[in-house]
Structures are given as structure tokens and as C-alpha cells.
Ligand binder design. Sequence first.
Ligand code: ZN
Length: 140
Amino acid sequence: MSKIRRLEIPKHFIDLIVKTALKTEIEICGLLLGKIINQTAIVKELSFGRNIKKSPILFEIASEDIYRILTYAERKGLEVVGMFHSHPANPYPSQRDLRFMKLWPIPWLIVSSITGDFDCYAYDSEEKRIYKVKIKAISF
Ligand code: ZN
């Protein structure tokens, strides 16, 4: 898979993720669906999953929700182009996130549930490090 450098996402999706993170006690999480064109992940839909860890500092998306979202994406001809979750801290990957980012090298959008700030990172399996994915919020 070629390296994804940009995440193009409707601004109202970001607003919804931030708003939900700010008012939820536990970490929120979900997947971003769309298409990858020329190193840009173009987000067309977002889908929240349940955090089965029910924790303010950890998340794990319920496997039934992943299955439901993947089945839906396949039906709609969309790919999983990114994932999102919140942190009660800076929007920077935790050590635990890093382990999973290696397994799933798609853009990870992280939102601070304290400040509402957000950022996006992905793991580069060739250079063996994470890099910042540019976020382009699209307003309609
Ligand atoms: Zn995290």
C-alpha cells in the first residue's frame, strides 16, 4: 500500500467527532470510510464503534461493530481509509496506539477530549516510524 499523506474529510465530520469526544467520559472510537486516491484518503462516511474497554484511557472497537462497518463498506464500495479515537490528553499516539498503528498502517485521527484539538498520524512500515498525515477539512 502506498503511503497516505493527506486525509481529506468533511469539516462537519470532524466537528461531530470533536463534539462527541468532548461530552463522552470514555474514549470514543470509530472508522473512516471512503477512497484512497493519489496518496489522499478521501473520507465519505464515518462510523462510530463501541469502545468495549469502556475506559477513559484505552479503547478497543467492538469486533461486531468492525464486522458491521466492514460489511457496510463493502456493500457501498468503500474502503476503510482511517480510524479515529479520543484521548484525555494531547492528540498524539500513545505507546499502545503505536503497537496497533504498526498492524494497521492507515491514518489515525486522534482528538483530545480535553481541548478538542486533533491531529492525524500513520505508521510508515518502510521507515519504521510514525509520520504526520495532513488534514484537509472540506467545508460545503
Ligand atoms: Zn490512543
